[in-house]
Design a protein around this ligand. Structure first.
Ligand SMILES: NC(=O)c1ccc[n+]([C@@H]2O[C@H](COP(=O)([O-])OP(=O)(O)OC[C@H]3O[C@@H](n4cnc5c(N)ncnc54)[C@H](O)[C@@H]3O)[C@@H](O)[C@H]2O)c1
Length: 330
């Protein structure tokens, strides 16, 4: 079993939602250095304010697609392990499909080139359940066909194929983690790239109404972000994960209607909902089979949805004003 203790770790997208929680968890676990490379497309300084006060944390405001940038950072910081968390969220696919696709592929390409020449030793690459598309059977194990329905998801699936093929051909030290829908503190709350939970919380708090797209019976498998980052650490430590794609989910899917109802209950909101047409290419059902994570990582989520949604909304209640500030997002 490998140990993250004392290792120098680079996190691409470390100022984002999941990446920032991962940085905190790595610091807590005694990583030698935690080096965040984020271009702040959606990352926020608030997300890393705790990490920034830690002497082992280093921030580079830069682009993880750029080979020269990552090569220089890896050399200077003597990086051993990389967690690839950087992306541009799914909804960007409807604004700029080319970059929504390419960012996923280009960062994977850069990281593989650097791994191949020995600039670092281990890559933990992040996929997404969106790579599967709508469930053809449920729960969805890792043998479920991939059928991405958006450029974001296609970029994720393409990057996964590329990363996996490099593992097969070159035997590089790589694991691929495929999270289902994450929620928790720090998820982006504003603009068209907001997560549904903080976006709905914001609407209700500002006197608006929840928005449901389509019939609301589409389902997602939600996993609390702190469970996710615990699994990411295990993915490095348990070398049985190398060369594997591993789902991270709760194994239970929840409809968007039920999700919105839960948020309304939290705020005591019993008003109208705004109904909008279904989102183009929306996935109808996602539900994880998590047996492989259990078997290879010894991982099961500890926070159930009722507790996780309360923790999340409590956090937005306490920290929301700044995060709900409107920014110039697409
Ligand atoms: N949030 C989810 O529900 C979910 C589900 C499945 C998979 N994932 C995956 O988990 C990872 C993290 O997602 P997240 O929800 O935290 O997203 P996020 O948007 O909150 O974070 C991504 C971060 O990457 C940064 N970034 C974007 N382009 C970059 C570039 N070229 N160079 C450097 N940094 C760049 C952004 O500024 C942001 O801080 C992603 O790979 C995502 O695909 C997320």
């Amino acid at each position: 079993m490998a140990s993250i203790k004392g290792k120098n770790v680079l996190v691409t997208g470390g100022a984002g939602f999941i990446g920032s929680h991962l940085c905190d968890e790595l610091l807590l676990a005694g990583a030698g250095k935690v080096v965040c490379v984020d271009n702040f497309f959606l990352g926020k300084m608030e997300n890393i304010k705790d990490a920034l006060s830690h002497e082992n944390f280093v921030l580079y405001r830069d682009d993880a697609r750029n080979f020269g940038v990552l090569q220089a950072v890896m050399e200077k910081e003597k990086i051993q392990v990389v967690y690839n968390m950087a992306t541009i969220p799914l909804n960007y696919s409807f604004f700029n499909p080319f970059d929504a696709y390419m960012v996923n592929v280009q960062i994977a390409d850069t990281l593989l080139k650097l791994l191949k020449v020995g600039a670092y030793q281990t890559l933990i690459h992040t996929s997404s359940s969106e790579a599967y598309g709508t469930a053809q059977y449920s729960p969805m194990d890792e043998n479920h066909p991939t059928d991405p329905t958006t450029p974001y998801a296609a970029g994720k699936a393409a990057a996964d194929l590329m990363v996996h093929s490099f593992y097969k051909v070159l035997g590089l030290d790589i694991s691929i983690i495929r999270p289902f829908n994450n929620y928790g503190p720090r998820q982006n709350a504003v603009g068209s790239l907001a997560g549904i939970i903080p976006a709905t919380a914001r609407r209700i708090r500002e006197g608006g109404m929840p928005v449901v797209e389509g019939d609301g019976e589409q389902t997602r498998d939600f996993i609390y972000v702190k469970d996710t980052v615990r699994a990411f650490l295990l993915a490095y430590e348990k070398e049985e994960s190398r060369g594997k794609i591993i789902n991270l989910g709760s194994g239970k899917d929840i409809s968007i209607n039920d999700l919105l109802k839960g948020i309304c209950d939290y705020y005591g909101y019993d008003g109208e909902w705004e109904h909008r047409p279904a989102r183009t290419s929306d996935v109808r059902k996602l539900c994880a089979d998590s047996q492989r994570a259990r078997k290879l990582l010894g991982f099961t989520p500890q926070v159930d949805f009722a507790e996780g949604i309360r923790l999340t909304l409590d956090w937005y209640r306490e920290n929301g004003e700044d995060l709900f500030r409107k920014e110039g997002q697409v």
